[in-house]
Design a protein around this ligand. Structure first.
Ligand SMILES: [Cu+2]
Length: 127
């Protein structure tokens, strides 16, 4: 019983640590994505064609990182989306994808850039 409680508390702390700084809630259709030196916390993002969506990128790294200075990027070339989050901060962009398909999002700032498979993922636009 005690061990279950301890495990539960540890899990809670872990989740909390990962999400710090937690961005405030936003109105509308918002997708939160966090990035650190290990990559994105989401590898697949699904959105609907013709509907505005806000992607908010949060960098969990601080400015002491030599590689990229704690900044991370979420870019999709075909959609003209290029979000760069500051160290330990968030940045967002609202856009409306019009063409269904599978696109690649990536960060080209750290860790070998877009050649690094952990710093990219798939944006799936469903019609
Ligand atoms: Cu990055």
């Amino acid at each position: 019983m005690v061990s279950v409680l301890v495990l539960g508390a540890a899990g809670y702390l872990l989740v909390n640590a990962f999400w710090r700084p937690e961005p405030p809630p936003m109105p509308g259709n918002t997708i939160d994505i966090a990035a650190d030196m290990g990559g994105f916390n989401r590898k697949v993002v699904r959105v609907r064609a013709g509907e505005p969506v806000t992607v908010r990128l949060t960098s969990l790294d601080n400015s002491h990182h030599t590689d990229g200075g704690g900044k991370h990027q979420w870019a999709v070339d075909e959609l003209g989306v290029d979000i760069i989050a500051p160290p330990m901060g968030s940045k967002y962009k609202t856009f409306t994808p019009t063409k269904p398909g599978t696109y690649t999002f990536y960060c080209d700032i750290c860790c070998g850039g877009r050649a690094n498979p952990t710093m990219s993922g798939k944006l799936i636009v469903v019609g």
